[in-house]
Write a protein that binds this ligand. Structure first.
Ligand code: AGP
Length: 608
């Protein structure tokens, strides 16, 4: 997720200070590099670098670029490390065209090779840079800038919000979107575009929404929208934004955590977009290894547990999951030069995980990592890494990072399984197909279950403790539900493998004790019914997350949250965790806590 702002001002105005101020408002969308471009007649000026906005401003003075038209970008790296060359804007061979982009262009490598064969020289390792060069190529074929832009965008596959400016038409900004957000601002004879309303809210509250597959042409005559596929004009009335600037950053949600829970359909699609070549590189090293360990902390550790189960089921790989802070005591003696360590970390800066990785590297192990921050220390320590593409996760409680990690790990397990031939290609193809259905299923929960879950949270408010139980691949899901609830509501929650609960935990059960079961209709269904009955017989208040139409468990439960459609067991954690994320969020709010900043916690634990 990156932050974009563009503006077309009156002649004689200076765009740069407005762009700088807009990037400040957009910094929460990404902050590993930043850049601006302005157009002043036939002069195109770019200032950019890696680093935070104010660092780059201090170095280059981002208020001092000439011209009334310009575009700015604050980056959350997805392709290419956050270094100068990969910072946006990116330009064509002659520096007449500048582009910024938010999203992932999946077919960029093919386009890049085609353009290189025509003599185009690339300066970055980004997917974005194919855009200015492709527009340049179409311009040399005699197309207008607008047509060249439209033809370029129509060739792109993936998710994008793209903004282009050029000396070809110095008073014009062209923008287009597909999945990634982009909105237009209508000023007094001035026009803006931005990743969200926060970009231009202090300038105007009059906005026009750009829909999927549309582009817009902004110039002193106004903002014109057209369909990308056939250039058909689109008439759309402006809306008035009523949000204050702070809620605009949260896109109207009360907290970043709630916004990030609701982003999961999109962040999962993005997580599934990573090129297959990275999975193939991982799979090769895993298959060659004599031992494999997964190290992580907290939520990432729970994702690792799911990953380990998937590697066992789909690929016959024994990947031992170790809490990073215990790695040196528990596993380091077993690590050698043929070992593979898979480190999972949203921040890429968790000291316990980094220490485990450094210790393993010292013994010659291969380091693979799943991370969400390019340029992080973990990325630099890794032999190969996969970016989970979840975008910045601001809320301290990890939500979208968890589901995107699991999506990556399931795809990795199916890649290894396919290469090893442990599981039929048909079975793996089915799993991958189901994986692509998950975003829509999550969206359905977010669209239809909020009130039910909020009611359950209200009913749990008085509980002195709450327990989460699951079986098989949903033991980690229950552990994650517990972690979410305890770190946000400060209620001492418990989580267990459901079968293990009768070996001790069940002593806690008394009348009304809330027990939450993660109970999809998979191979564990019959046994978890037995566990539910054991708890019920002792007076527990049974809350079950079940598959729609599961009358058997519904009849045993005091409350249910139904998840539409049956899913392969391995995919269920992705969907069944969402009600528990929401439960933890609403219980935190009911108790008067701040879900974004829970007490005693930090977003990234960079100490031992
Ligand atoms: C999860 O909600 C917590 N914020 C915490 O457990 C977190 O998952 C853990 O600190 C690991 O962080 P990382 O993924 O950035 O390494």
């Amino acid at each position: 997720m990156c932050g974009i702002f563009g503006c077309v001002l009156h002649d004689g105005s200076q765009a740069a200070p407005l762009i700088h101020a807009a990037l400040k408002r957009l910094e929460y969308r990404g902050y590993d590099s930043v850049g601006e471009v302005t157009i002043d007649g036939d002069k195109l000026t770019v200032k950019k670098d890696s680093g935070r906005l104010e660092e780059v401003h201090a170095k280059y003075d981002l208020d001092d670029l000439p011209g009334p038209v310009g575009v700015g970008h604050t980056r959350w790296a997805t392709h290419g490390r956050p270094v100068y060359e990969n910072s946006h804007p990116l330009v064509d061979c002659k520096s007449r065209i500048a582009v910024v982009h938010n999203g992932i262009i999946q077919n960029y490598l093919d386009i890049k090779r085609e353009l290189e064969s025509k003599g185009h020289h690339f300066q970055s390792r980004t997917d974005t840079e194919v855009v200015p060069h492709l527009v340049e190529d179409y311009l040399t074929q005699g197309m207008s800038l607008e047509e060249a832009f439209r033809k370029t965008v129509n060739r792109l596959e993936g998710a994008y919000a793209i903004v282009l400016t050029s000396t070809e038409q110095p008073k014009t900004i062209l923008c287009a979107r597909q999945e990634s957000p982009l909105v237009l601002g209508i000023g007094e004879g001035e026009y803006y575009c931005g990743s969200d309303f926060a970009a231009f809210l202090p300038l105007t509250r009059k906005a026009v929404l750009l829909d999927e597959g549309e582009m817009a042409v902004l110039n002193p005559n106004g903002a014109r929208i057209l369909k990308l596929k056939n250039a058909a004009p689109v008439k759309r009335d402006p809306i008035t934004i009523t949000w204050d600037p702070e809620s605009a950053k949260k896109q109207g949600f009360k907290h970043f955590m709630l916004k990030e829970i609701h982003e999961q359909a999109q962040s999962l699609r993005d997580a599934l977009r990573t090129e297959q070549l990275y999975y193939d590189q991982f799979a090769k090293k895993i298959i060659e290894a004599d031992k494999m360990f997964i190290v992580a902390c907290g939520t990432s550790y729970h994702a690792g547990l799911v990953g380990s189960l998937a590697l066992a089921k789909l690929a016959g790989i024994n990947a031992r999951v170790v809490v990073a802070s215990e790695f040196s005591e528990e596993a380091l003696d077993l690590v050698g030069p043929k070992s593979v360590i898979l480190a999972i970390s949203q921040s890429g800066e968790t000291m316990d995980t980094l220490n485990a990785v450094r210790d393993a590297r010292a013994k010659g192990a291969t380091i693979l990592s799943v991370l969400n921050v390019l340029g992080s220390t973990l990325m630099r320590l890794s032999t190969v890494y996969i970016d989970q593409n979840a975008g910045p996760e601001i809320g301290v409680a990890s939500t979208k990072a968890f589901t995107s990690q699991i999506a990556v790990l399931l795809r990795l397990a199916s890649t290894v399984g396919r290469r090893k031939g442990e599981v039929s290609a048909k079975e793996i193809t089915e799993l991958e197909a189901e994986l692509h259905r998950v975003p829509a299923l999550i969206q359905t929960i977010l669209n239809t279950k909020i009130d039910e879950i909020r009611r359950i949270a209200e009913e749990c408010d008085a509980a002195s403790s709450i327990c989460f139980l699951g079986r098989g691949v949903n033991v980690p899901t229950a552990l994650e539900g517990r972690l979410k609830l305890l770190e946000l509501s400060y209620v001492p929650a418990i989580a267990y493998p459901a079968g293990e609960s009768k070996h001790g935990f069940i002593a806690l059960i008394e009348e009304g004790f809330p027990v939450i079961f993660v109970a999809p209709k998979d191979e564990t269904h019959k046994r978890i019914i037995g566990n539910i009955m054991e708890m019920k017989a002792r007076g527990a208040r049974v809350i079950s997350i079940i598959e729609e139409g599961d009358e058997e468990i519904r009849n045993l439960s005091d409350r249910v949250v139904e998840i539409g459609e049956s899913l392969p067991s391995l995919v269920t954690p992705l969907v069944y965790v969402v009600p528990m994320q929401l439960l933890a969020y609403y219980l935190s709010v009911i108790k008067g806590h701040d879900p974004d900043y829970p007490r005693n916690l930090a977003k990234s634990v960079t100490v031992e």
